[in-house]
Design a protein around this ligand. Structure first.
Ligand code: SAH
Length: 233
């Protein structure tokens, strides 16, 4: 089954962008996933093809018009389309690996990329858009956020990663950050690879990695560590 992404944007040329390369690019040419873009401006209603207007109540910037966006959504993603409708937005639920996995298990996504100050609230409500944030900072538009989300999803699609194990052992998959990695040379600038990793004792290696993952999570991300402890109780 193909994971289908439809992106509504004022900048369709930004896609697939970096997703045409590497793992995602190969998966796309193999038909594992597809991406189409919809130019929001094509659904404008006036001769100036305007997509935004000044904010009700005053203030800086412009707001994306609900009537134009509704036409774009309804034409390209009718109500019976089973795919989740996402709006990239700093006010959304922060994207997590669990959410990425949920999306990767589904049929695809319809993703609206905001610009200017954002989108008229009535559109968000009436088209039941699920707001998703990629972090607590402000981008100039939703396009790069959509690329981030898709990159995270596509690498989890069946067959995309060479070694399917590597998907389940990573940071966040078990609520912990990942252990450190080493490779040859065995000594780099006087620093050897930890002995245990060269011991060939797989039980000991797994225990060492687990202990390191816990240590790093505890030090760097007290929030994740707390959640991890809660889950174990
Ligand atoms: N005025 C808004 C920010 C608008 S930024 C506010 O203060 O909340 C313009 C667009 O960029 C947004 O509509 C959204 O689509 C996108 N965007 C910006 N930051 C983002 C983030 N952290 N995650 C996801 N999308 C983001």
């Amino acid at each position: 089954m193909t994971f289908r992404a439809t992106i509504l944007t004022l900048y369709p040329d930004m896609f697939p962008g970096p997703l045409s390369q590497s793992l995602a690019g190969r998966a796309m040419s193999e038909g594992t996933w597809s991406l189409d873009t919809v130019q929001i401006r094509d659904f404008a209603l006036d001769k100036h093809r305007s997509v935004d207007d000044t904010p009700a109540g005053g203030g800086a910037g412009m707001v994306m018009r609900p009537d134009v966006l509704a036409r774009a959504i309804d034409t390209t993603a009718p109500a019976e389309d089973p795919r989740p409708r996402l709006l990239m937005s700093p006010r959304g639920k922060p994207l997590t690996q669990a959410k990425v996995r949920e999306l990767a298990d589904g049929p695809g996504a319809i993703i609206l990329c905001g610009r200017f100050e954002g989108v008229d609230q009535r559109l968000i409500d009436s088209r039941q858009l699920e707001e998703v944030s990629i972090g607590d900072y402000i981008l100039s538009g939703g396009e790069i956020a959509a690329l981030v989300l898709l990159d995270a999803v596509v690498r989890l699609l069946p067959g995309v990663m060479g070694n399917d194990q590597s998907g389940t052992e990573e940071s966040f998959e078990n609520g912990l950050l990942e252990h450190p990695h080493y490779t040859r040379p065995t000594v780099f600038e006087d620093q050897p690879i930890p002995d245990v990793l060269l011991s060939g004792n797989h039980k000991k290696i797994a225990a060492w990695r687990r202990a390191k993952a816990e240590e790093i999570t505890r030090e760097r991300r007290p929030d994740l560590w707390e959640a991890h402890l809660q889950n174990r109780r």
